[in-house]
Design a binder for this molecule. Structure first.
Ligand code: 7PM
Length: 283
């Protein structure tokens, strides 16, 4: 038999991501407000234990983020961001069999994270910072491009779109072209509509309803809606009460062809993925 072609296996550093079935990305925030007890080493161990639990529950990716993208959050220096994420990335790379994703817009963090063994760059700013395209290109890693307008601090101040679907698609197309021009092949790109980033409730719901239209861009889709305000607004639930809404959207995202779900609640989301797969496997 000749060498098989695996169009659904995305190379992520030393590992492969199977895009033939939906994959769960577990969120690991390493901002000072998370894992705050126990000082620096206590934080690293707590983060590692949380990552380990998510991997054990079936996450194939762990998204490590050190810059809070929260509206109104204080800007973090590249050094501070690196001091937060580097020890966690090192610990996960040494201890766990999982693809590490780094949630960053900072070129220096991309370069160092690639050296430490991450398999994916997840940038909510779609490599628009100075030097980010080159840093990502040099890493050789796949990149998740996410739609956002403006900056997290101000993005929710009256976002307006003539047609949110068209504008999200055109933005992603423009960033895809910028990546190709910088030497990042299309085959390395993952796309994300950026739920909750510079969007009203109506924008978020419309984007979700028509998620399938983004398949026209020809690349795998990542969806991040876990515990977000769009669930809070639709259901009138505080952030700690959004699991059912998150799982409903996880099931719907898979039904609409999403490839990667970025979530807080890994065991529950993996059950959703497995339940849908069981039904799909029937005659
Ligand atoms: C406050 C507001 C805290 C928003 C955290 C967030 C996404 C992401 C984030 C996403 C990709 C969250 C977000 N969201 N990366 N990073 N897609 N690719 O709720 O939707 O986790 S941060």
């Amino acid at each position: 038999m000749s060498v098989m072609h695996y169009p659904n296996r995305l190379p992520c550093g030393s590992r492969f991501l199977d895009l033939a079935r939906p994959q769960v990305m577990g969120i690991l925030n390493v901002t000072p407000d998370s894992f705050s007890d126990g000082g620096r080493f206590g934080r690293r161990d707590a983060a590692l234990r949380h990552a380990e639990a998510m991997v054990g529950a079936g996450a194939s990716l762990i998204d490590v983020g050190g810059e809070s993208t929260r509206p109104g959050a204080r800007a973090v220096s590249p050094v501070e961001e690196l001091e937060r994420v580097a020890p966690i990335i090192e610990a996960i790379a040494a201890e766990l069999d999982v693809i590490i994703s780094v949630d960053t817009s900072t070129p220096a963090v991309m370069r160092e994270a690639a050296r430490l063994g991450v398999g994916l760059i997840n940038d909510v700013r779609s490599l628009q910072r100075d030097g980010a395209l080159d840093a990502a290109a040099d890493s050789g890693l796949p990149v998740c491009l996410m739609h956002m307008r403006g900056e997290p601090t101000t993005m929710q101040q009256n976002p307006e779109y003539a047609d949110v679907l068209v504008e999200v698609r055109d933005f992603l197309l423009e960033r895809m072209a910028a990546c190709v021009a910088a030497g990042i092949a299309l085959e390395r790109l993952i796309l994300d509509p950026g739920f909750g980033f510079a969007k009203t409730q109506e924008h978020n719901l419309k984007l979700f309803k028509h998620l399938q239209s983004l398949h026209a861009l020809g690349r795998p889709l990542l969806v991040g809606v876990s515990r977000k305000s769009m669930i809070g607004r639709a259901l009138g639930r505080e952030v700690g009460e959004r699991l059912s809404g998150s799982l409903a959207l996880a099931a719907l995202a898979i039904t609409k062809g999403a490839h990667i779900l970025r979530v807080h609640d890994v065991p529950e989301t993996v059950d959703v993925v497995r339940m849908l797969a069981a039904v799909e496997a029937a005659e």
